[in-house]
Design a protein around this ligand. Structure first.
Ligand SMILES: CC(C)(COP(=O)(O)OP(=O)(O)OC[C@H]1O[C@@H](n2cnc3c(N)ncnc32)[C@H](O)[C@@H]1OP(=O)(O)O)[C@@H](O)C(=O)NCCC(=O)NCCS
Length: 157
């Protein structure tokens, strides 16, 4: 059910990413970052990411996305209508396989401190919270340091 994203997905994907990002982050990250994360900001970032974005859902109407960067599960966002179903786990299993293909036995991810739904999901999927670290959020003018929960998982072959 997981496939590579295509150009036909871009507009809809930006909406899915924008809406899910705000549902998972507003009130937990600095207001300035929430302001920066406009629909246009997500739409502008997507084309460069496209070759590494994996999605679930029909072309042009995806309901979830995930991106891996080396050993990091970097983005995981599922639209409200598709939560509580198989989509998030399918994207995560696909991402874990990609991290293994990239040559890593252990993956990691960052989760906003206080994003309890995401934390519960990651823990159900076998990820373990290892502590609080400082991550860099990408902004149009550079980077913004953010304290986050770090999760790790040892990945089987
Ligand atoms: C994080 C996300 C991908 C998980 O996908 P999902 O389909 O919602 O995951 P699931 O429903 O399988 O699991 C979530 C769990 O959290 C539980 N939950 C829901 N709200 C919760 C809350 N406020 N506090 C704690 N747990 C909560 C659910 O009951 C479920 O646990 P259960 O299966 O034991 O009942 C999805 O919720 C999402 O896209 N959220 C918005 C964006 C986001 O936060 N992304 C992660 C960035 S790090």
């Amino acid at each position: 059910m997981v496939r590579a994203a295509t150009e036909a997905d871009l507009d809809h994907l930006a909406v899915v990413w924008h809406d899910a990002w705000h549902e998972g982050h507003d009130g937990l990250v600095p207001e300035e970052l929430s302001r920066i994360r406009s629909l246009e900001n997500f739409r502008e970032r997507l084309p460069l990411m496209l070759p590494t974005v994996r999605v679930v859902g029909p072309e042009g109407r995806p309901v979830g996305l995930c991106q891996v960067k080396e050993d990091e599960l970097h983005q995981l966002f599922v639209s409200g209508v598709a939560r509580g179903g198989p989509v998030a786990l399918a994207l995560t299993v696909d991402a874990e396989a990609e991290i293994r293909r990239n040559g890593f036995e252990r993956g990691w991810l960052a989760c906003a401190i206080g994003n309890e739904r995401a934390a519960r999901f990651y823990e159900k999927a076998g990820w373990v919270r290892t502590g609080i670290v400082t991550n860099q959020a990408i902004t149009p003018t550079g980077q913004m340091p953010l304290e986050v929960w770090r999760y790790e998982k040892v990945l089987a072959d």
